[in-house]
Design a protein. Structure first.
Length: 525
């Protein structure tokens, strides 16, 4: 039976264009959201009857060959008529089995299956790192057009839309990052370029390229004129633009009063959190986006305990996730230490009665209902400095961490002689500094010092820090209360208004074996 009307609003109210009406008055809704797609005024028809009224086939259109549609299993649905069948819709299959369906001749979409949990169209056709280059587009037709034009020169995938682009690429970060060169070719409009910049920030700028097309808006426009409904033969134009794409560089020029107004606002909003110890907070005005904070001390003074106190305070006073890289201890020790500070109880001690399950329940509270407050990074890739930097980028860009705690940076220089160690630490410190600035997170790191108070392995570590805090403790003092004091001295404070010099102390609490502000220990006693 023939269709009398197509692309009509559905009676279910879920779609304004997915309903088609047959000559007998019955109809069917093609929206994946429709609860009752079969509508019939006179007789009952089932899906088998409905299927007989359609012809699925590979259909060359939009400048894309039938061969390409067949290679990637993309079928077009035709409506049977007494004459030539009429193309109705095309289904783009996603790797999880969902379909994004587009009506032929109109920019209207609906879906079948779990499209909300899909990520990259065509990902299942290209293994990780199987090409040197991956090109990411904003639409399915564009990804197919890239393959039509470039063939095996690139893997090509598409995000679901500009609005989902960042989330799609976060989910597939490891997959995308496996390629040596990442070309983002989103539409040349405000929404497309805004999404492109967010996606590009996820990856190392040395391998990211933003292809902003000048002649036409998107890749498909180089092979098909949608207004005239005819083919364009400008494959070479697109190829030359793709081949000559320049490396992406973040925006870094600010000019004009409107931009200056925004810059002032950003400065106010750059404070990410506060210090747990009052004198540090009053002198340094908190931890800030893009800031590198260095904690310096000789071995055995208690730098890691200072770290734990900082981490616990930020978890309790902010909503930001923390990325934690404690290279001198295993993850279990790190988690027990966090649980001890969070619960104010010595569950981290060997003789503690707390079981693993007890500690886990505390960790569940810390991590929150969405399990997104703490992210631990293992130490397996510390010898590969680029892999380590990429790991930090992942914690910030994909996991959303605004604080990164690194204990300690000297661990990143392993093997080789003293000169090699210094050069490597210089490079790593510089890369971390630039990354903190680029992605606007606060990096807090520990470094051991020698007898002269210089950072061990590389003096450059101190130079890249915005804030440097020395900690000291008199471990041989005859008075136990004095031995339990950890003193802070601000060696460097680059933030405007911040002050250097002595900044109070924290007190080790013998009852809990935790480091606390002195007033808390006194009040507990």
């Amino acid at each position: 039976m023939k269709w009398s009307k197509t692309h009509q609003p559905c009676p279910c109210g879920k779609s304004s264009d997915a309903f088609s009406i047959r000559e007998d008055g019955s109809g069917y809704c093609f929206s994946g959201d429709c609860k009752n797609p079969n509508y019939n005024n006179n007789k009952k028809e089932d899906l088998e009857d409905l299927a007989e009224e359609f012809i699925p086939k590979f259909y060359e259109h939009r400048g894309i060959s039938e061969k390409t549609f067949q290679k990637y299993n993309i079928l077009t649905k035709f409506i049977k008529t007494d004459g030539d069948p009429i193309p109705h819709s095309i289904g783009f299959p996603y790797p999880n089995g969902a379909f994004k369906v587009r009506l032929i001749g109109e920019k209207k979409f609906f879906s079948h299956g779990d499209i909300a949990n899909s990520t990259l169209f065509l990902k299942n056709y290209f293994d990780q790192g199987s090409r040197r280059v991956i090109t990411i587009t904003e639409g399915e037709y564009d990804a197919l057009s890239v393959l039509e034009i470039l063939g095996n020169d690139t893997a090509a995938v598409s995000v679901r839309s500009s609005s989902s682009a960042l989330q799609d690429c976060k989910k597939e970060w490891e997959y995308i990052n496996s390629f040596d060169k990442i070309v983002v070719n989103f539409d040349n409009d405000e929404a497309g370029q805004s999404a492109a910049k967010k996606v590009l920030s996820l990856f190392d700028f040395k391998k990211t390229f933003n292809l902003v097309l000048a002649k036409y808006k998107d890749a498909n426009s180089y092979i098909w004129d949608t207004k005239l409904n005819q083919e364009r033969f400008e494959h070479k134009e697109y190829y030359n633009a793709w081949k000559g794409v320049k490396r992406h560089t973040p925006d870094n020029i600010v000019s004009g009063n409107a931009s200056f107004r925004e810059a002032l606002k950003q400065k106010r909003e750059s404070t990410l959190g506060s210090y747990p110890f009052s004198e540090l907070q009053s002198k340094l005005y908190g931890l800030h986006a893009g800031e590198v904070i260095l904690i310096k001390a000789q071995e055995g003074i208690g730098k890691t305990e200072v770290f734990r106190a900082f981490e616990d305070h930020l978890l309790k006073t902010t909503k930001h996730p923390l990325g934690i890289i404690h290279l001198e201890e295993d993850n279990g020790t790190t988690l027990r230490g966090m649980a001890a500070y969070y619960s104010n109880s010595p569950v981290h001690l060997p003789d503690s009665a707390a079981s693993d399950e007890d500690v886990f329940k505390i960790i569940e509270q810390i991590n929150g209902p969405n399990e997104d407050r703490i992210f631990l990074r293992s130490a397996f890739d510390i010898e590969d400095e680029d892999a380590f930097i990429n790991g930090v980028r992942f914690l910030v860009s994909v996991c959303g961490c605004r604080f990164i705690f690194l204990d300690h940076i000297s661990w990143l220089a392993t093997g080789g002689d003293d000169i090699d160690e210094r050069k490597k630490l210089d490079r790593v410190a510089t890369k971390l500094k630039l990354l903190a600035k680029e992605l606007e997170f606060a990096l807090v790191m520990i470094s051991h010092v020698n007898d002269d108070g210089k950072t061990r392995g590389s003096r450059y570590i101190s130079k890249v820090a915005n804030t440097a805090i020395n900690i000291n403790r008199d471990k041989t003092h005859p008075d136990e209360s004095e031995r339990n004091k950890t003193f802070f001295e601000i060696e460097k404070a680059r933030l405007m208004g911040a002050k250097s010099g002595p900044a109070g102390y924290a007190l080790y609490d013998p009852e809990t074996s935790l480091l606390k502000p002195p007033i808390e220990v006194i009040s507990d006693g």
